[in-house]
Design a protein around this ligand. Structure first.
Ligand code: AMP
Length: 353
């Protein structure tokens, strides 16, 4: 391991949401400082980080000053404009690197990358205009899902097709955004692997978690997932293959569909992941600390799990349950967001069994 960051060094984090907040808390436990770069006012991470720059991603001067003030840069979301990366990359190392961002920003590149590795993905077709939409649905069929190639998250930017004749309306709803049509996978359940890779190539994966979504948003993650020992091994090997190919440094979330014919990779996220929040109370070293260790050039923890956990997201009005939850021994993680909005992630709870 070359040049681990010393005590008092500063990690720059692009994005100031709850993931940036929990990364900052982990960094501070390790004696490291954080500096958040975030366009929005009063970011959740700003309440716990040492410094916050509030500026937009096209403010070159602010990006340069930010990059000069930190020792390494990481991010909490994958939609960093490449133009921002061009500026900061010349000044300061950024982990995970450009290739991981490029691959995961665009569903089409992501699927091409994954199939290039010999991994299975849902059948897919590129859709950039109405004619291609017709060709795609003739090839992929229905049921299927039309997804925007870029900027989709939590089920947003997706239209489900029950039958082929739903395509024109679905394409119209995309308002011209380049998309992919994905065949509908008949999966039994969804799992994700939270995997870490250090700068010397060491890989450590957390136990796969089983995910349940509600209205397109992650609702619960349960560990252990319902998987056989060999499935568990396969899932971890898939994640390691992806990380190694990208020469990756940091945490990645790898979402998998479990089918009778094996795993299908749904998507990858080059950052700490909501389905890894259980690690905060299920492992000695959680995903946030593991990510900080990786980007700081420190050795990784082994990721071993000491408890069975069910993580439940607190979304919107779920915050009404707070008075009851406070009376229990469940581990509450609240994001310091004062305004409750429908669909807004306000916190999560880890129930240990
Ligand atoms: P995504 O934004 O791609 O992660 O999709 C959100 C959720 O929609 C997934 O977690 C699945 O539950 C469901 N989904 C996405 N793609 C497919 C697919 N090709 N087949 C079946 N379900 C899917």
């Amino acid at each position: 391991m070359n040049n681990p960051l010393p005590q008092g060094a500063t990690i720059g984090i692009l994005g100031g949401g709850q993931l940036g907040r929990m990364l900052s808390v982990a960094a501070s436990r390790l004696g490291l400082n954080t500096h958040i770069f975030e366009p929005g006012a009063n970011p959740p991470a700003g309440q716990v980080a040492q410094w916050v720059t509030m500026a937009s991603y096209d403010d070159g001067e602010a990006l340069r000053a930010f990059a000069q003030s930190v020792d390494v840069i990481t991010y909490e979301f994958e939609n960093i404009p490449m133009s921002a990366l061009d500026i900061i990359e010349d000044i300061c190392p950024i982990h995970p690197g450009r290739q991981a961002l490029a691959v995961s920003q665009d569903r089409l590149s992501e699927k091409e990358f994954l199939t290039g590795l010999g991994l299975k993905v849902a059948p897919y077709a590129d859709v950039t205009n109405a004619e291609q939409a017709d060709v795609a649905v003739a090839r992929i069929g229905a049921p299927s899902i039309l997804k925007t190639r870029c900027m989709g998250y939590d089920g947003k930017g997706q239209m489900r097709l029950k039958q082929a004749s739903d395509m024109p309306a679905a394409w119209q709803a995309m308002a011209g955004s380049a998309s992919v049509l994905e065949g509908f996978i008949d999966f039994s359940h969804e799992v994700s692997v939270i995997a870490a890779r250090a700068s010397d190539g060491q890989v450590a994966c957390f136990d796969p978690g089983e995910n349940v979504h509600r209205d397109g948003i992650l609702h619960t993650t349960t560990v252990p997932a319902n998987l056989t020992t060999s499935q568990r091994m396969d899932a971890v090997l898939i994640a390691a293959k992806i990380l190694n190919k990208l020469n990756y440094v940091g945490i990645m979330g790898v979402e998998l569909f479990v089918t009778a014919d094996g795993f299908i990779v749904n998507e990858i996220a080059p950052r700490v992941h909501n389905s890894g929040h259980w690690t905060q109370n299920g492992c000695d070293i959680c995903q946030f600390e593991q990510h900080i260790r990786a980007v700081a050039g420190w050795p990784l923890g082994d990721g071993v799990r000491h408890s069975d956990i069910r993580m439940e997201n607190l979304i919107g009005d779920d915050m009404d349950r707070l008075p009851e939850l406070r009376k229990t021994n469940a581990a509450l993680h609240l994001y310091g967001k004062l305004e409750v909005k429908p669909g807004r992630k306000m916190g999560h709870v880890n129930f240990r069994s």
